[in-house]
Design a protein around this ligand. Sequence first.
Ligand SMILES: NC(=O)c1ccc[n+]([C@@H]2O[C@H](COP(=O)([O-])OP(=O)(O)OC[C@H]3O[C@@H](n4cnc5c(N)ncnc54)[C@H](OP(=O)(O)O)[C@@H]3O)[C@@H](O)[C@H]2O)c1
Length: 319
Amino acid sequence: MKHKTILLCGGTGLIGNRLKSFLNNAGYRVTILSRQSNLENVPDHFFWDPTRDFINPDAILNANVIINLAGTSIADRRWNAKRKQDIMQSRARSNELIYKKLTELKVKPDVFISASAIGYYGNRGDELVTEESPPGTGFLAETAQPWELSARKIESLGVRTTILRIGIVFSMLGGALPKMIQPIQMMLGAPLGSGDQYMSWIHIDDVCSLFIKALTDRKWSGVYNAVSPHPVTNKELTEVLARLLDKPLFLPNIPEFAIRTLMGEMATLILDGTRVSSHKAEKSGFKFQFPDLEGALRDLLDTGKQSNSESAQQSVADR
Ligand SMILES: NC(=O)c1ccc[n+]([C@@H]2O[C@H](COP(=O)([O-])OP(=O)(O)OC[C@H]3O[C@@H](n4cnc5c(N)ncnc54)[C@H](OP(=O)(O)O)[C@@H]3O)[C@@H](O)[C@H]2O)c1
């Protein structure tokens, strides 16, 4: 049975926008919870401000399912102490506010799904990590742990809860991919650091389909990795992208020290490697539309945008 209303907290961003059209195409009503007060008068939009513990109760009261995608962007600005605190607190705080409101209003959604990230695993070389692997070290791992614990609080209310540890989402509309394409198009492309670090990527449409699987499959609860079945090294990714863009790669690897000087601690986002398994999702029946890097990149580059709504509709119907 389909759930009627899905509340997307932080649904105005990269994943939220795409997920909204997937959900609409699958017949769900979608409402959005946003901090942007100018959206308050837009139909189906509700206001919240997790820093002030405020959430419009109607958002919660009308939701059959809650999906939380909210959090300060990790890659938009250089990290300093304040930014790191925002990145970390915004995630756990928003789940905690949802928990508090559910308790106060004495309501329970059928399902709660929280985003998390493969940063949970830290820098792991070529070890293949699964949902059972212990957390890593470093800022991203330290961010993901309280984030996931805050989602578990909602689970403790007796709500079926799924946490998706999302890999590097590939889309032409934002995130990592356009930043990787730009230097290659300017003939300045090169592997970063050793180039051997694993990048566990996923096509945006497969992320959206995983959210729908988590919503519709009653057996899903707990943690699932949201990554494609074929992680690649940074060098492989750079080479495939250059070939598909028909651009030469002639520069040597960009040295690690130069990247660290330029980006500071944030360099961890591109120099650390994590090779993440998608086995658990596949074993439970999930089929990736874009399992291989080349097919995923061709789709994104050919269309120059995310696949059209018919393909979104089709992929939902297929699952
Ligand atoms: N994209 C990726 O590659 C990737 C990879 C791993 C994990 N994830 C995780 O998946 C989630 C969604 O990713 P995304 O790429 O869609 O992110 P996004 O484009 O940055 O969107 C996140 C949304 O969160 C809201 N937000 C921003 N700062 C906030 C704050 N301080 N408190 C509450 N809400 C805040 C914003 O909505 P309003 O301004 O409307 O409030 C924003 O639209 C994020 O938690 C992200 O960490 C993404």
